[in-house]
Design a protein around this ligand. Structure first.
Ligand code: ISL
Ligand code: CA
Length: 537
């Protein structure tokens, strides 16, 4: 039996911003339930929710204070159970976010750890510099600014926080932590959850001796990036832990594990791939190299080639947006955005791998930074104006052109984007030429065409800015040709190409073999047999 996620398309929902059912300005679980028909009609197979657990919301849910409940702002356990059931009733799946590197400082474990209550005293990473208690234990930095250590007066020790001081890191070298984590997974599995997205999973283990990280001379970006993260990430113990995690989930059934691997621009997606192991660690990991790749044929070709090579027999995930980075359409340059977005949609949904879409991507929601006084994201508050934070990609979903974007009955937690008046679901559905219709058609085509989700892939050399690849499956061969440029590009045809066109992102899929591709045009043709590597598009 093939695991469900091989041929699925996952849709990421940032729950605060999807749909507000009770009119308090914040999205919630009943809101997601109300929009499941929309998602089903769009044609996605699964949803991934960012954290919805009780939380003081210092990092909007990535600071969990109880892993086995729902924050009242989102609803309650009954709403969650209803959501799970309603998702399943539609033949869809649901994935929850699991934040195991750290908890909230309000979590009872942390409070007990501070008070040295057994067995929690060593649940977190506490340290003192043996030579001088006034000195930090080492030079590690927090991703959200400053030292990664904070002195705790009551405990008379420093604790490690890779993110905010309100997010103390758990001590995974303590076996009781792993045991507690597996119990949490079982709690949700018993309620019908189909998979987990594991937050910054390569950070769980840190060097046992807390050695200083080497500095990175000439580093750019945040001070966090001015050092090599040799001792606070990617420790060998992570792999053996992931093998235990994999066995635990596989024993529970057809459950997906998809990991977020934190790596910087000095590393490649091979780092992310390494946490899939020999198909015995995570099922999938995210590839941020692809997300940051330039929008041209050569860059896409290289990023994908590297990803497939590094993965070997492991299965790829494909993603171009999430809740941490600038929205994809705004990374494509100002010119011809809609055409480029259609082409990128085609790429995401036709290359080999499990696509993960981000809410609003289907209507081309753009990145819109908020004003300084409206910033909610702690990273934006700390680094502004050097870095404006992640609010710009977390604005409420645009459902219609009404005052609050059809998202809420009142002012929302982040302001509704002014662009909602034009770009919204209602308008997109009424316009046959919209990006939304492209997504819908491609999702349908993908579902009906096993070759597009299950087929092997062969990337062909880039010529004339055409990104070209073949998918083959059980005797079917498809050739996808994408012109990633604003100029017409010549195509040469060979007898092996059959005449049947399956898809044209700029109009009807007629079977005429064009002599050229229009700017930003993409076509899928059947081919009778796979062409030799040197035969170009
Ligand atoms: O968003 C970033 C830059 O500000 C990333 O460096 C981000 O912190 C990193 O990808 C880890 O992200 C994950 O863990 C964080 C949380 O804030 C992010 O939303 C989450 O995706 C801490 O839990
Ligand atoms: Ca609400």
């Amino acid at each position: 039996m093939t695991a469900w996620w091989y041929n699925a398309v996952i849709y990421q929902i940032y729950p605060r911003s999807f749909y507000d059912a009770n009119g308090d300005g914040i999205g919630d679980l009943p809101g997601i339930i109300a929009r499941l028909d929309y998602l089903q009609a769009l044609g996605v197979d699964a949803i991934w929710l960012n954290p919805v657990y009780p939380s003081p919301m210092r990092d909007f849910g990535y600071d969990v204070s109880d892993y086995c409940d729902i924050d009242p702002v989102f609803g309650d356990m009954a709403d969650m159970q209803k959501l799970i059931n309603e998702v399943h009733r539609r033949g869809m799946r649901i994935i929850m976010d699991m934040v195991f590197n750290h908890t909230s400082h309000q979590h009872p474990w942390f409070k007990a750890s501070v008070d040295n209550v057994a067995p929690f005293a060593d649940f977190y990473i506490w340290a003192k510099n043996p030579h001088d208690v006034n000195q930090l234990p080492n030079n590690w930095r927090s991703a959200f600014g400053g030292s990664a250590w904070r002195w705790h007066h009551k405990k008379q020790a420093y604790y490690l926080h890779s993110f905010l001081p309100a997010q103390p890191d758990l001590n995974w070298r303590n076996p009781a932590v792993e045991k507690a984590a597996f119990t949490i997974l079982d709690f949700w599995l018993a309620r019908g959850i189909d998979g987990f997205r594991f937050d910054v999973i390569n950070l769980l283990y840190k060097d046992q001796h807390l050695q200083n990280n080497p500095l990175r001379f000439g580093g750019i970006g945040r001070p966090y990036e001015w050092q090599q993260h040799r001792h606070d990430r990617n420790q060998p113990e992570t792999h053996t832990f992931l093998q235990r995690l994999r066995r635990h989930l596989d024993n529970a059934g057809d459950i997906l594990s998809i990991g977020e691997i934190m790596y910087d621009k000095y590393e490649t997606s091979a780092t992310a791939a390494s946490f899939c192991g020999q198909q015995d660690e995570l099922h999938l990991t995210f590839n941020f190299e692809l997300l940051h790749a330039r929008f041209n044929a050569q860059a896409m070709h290289h990023a994908l080639q590297r990803w497939y090579q590094a993965l070997g027999d492991n299965w790829p995930s494909i993603t171009f947006s999430n809740h941490d980075f600038k929205r994809q359409i705004s990374r494509l340059g100002k010119h011809a955005q809609q055409s480029k977005a259609k082409l990128l949609a085609m790429l995401a949904l036709t290359v080999k791998g499990t696509p993960v879409l981000y809410y609003g991507e289907e209507i081309g929601m753009a990145e819109e930074p908020v004003r300084k006084r409206e910033i909610q994201d702690p990273a934006g508050q700390f680094y502004w104006p050097l870095y404006k934070g992640r609010d710009g990609c977390r604005r409420p979903m645009c459902w219609d052109d009404s005052e609050y974007g059809g998202f809420s009955a009142q002012r929302s937690w982040l302001p509704i984007s002014p662009a909602c008046a034009q770009k919204n679901v209602q308008a997109a559905q009424q316009d046959n030429n919209s990006l939304w219709h492209s997504y819908r058609q491609l999702l349908q085509l993908r579902r009906q065409t096993p070759c597009l989700h299950a087929g092997e892939i062969r990337l062909l050399p880039v010529k004339n800015q055409i990104f070209c690849f073949e998918r083959s499956y059980q005797g079917t061969c498809l050739r996808v040709m994408l012109n990633l440029s604003g100029h017409p590009q010549k195509l040469s045809w060979h007898t092996q190409h059959a005449e049947k066109c399956l898809y044209n992102n700029q109009g009807a899929a007629n079977n005429v073999r064009p002599a050229q591709l229009n700017p930003w045009q993409g076509l899928i043709f059947h081919c009778q047999e796979a062409l030799a590597q040197d035969v170009l598009c």
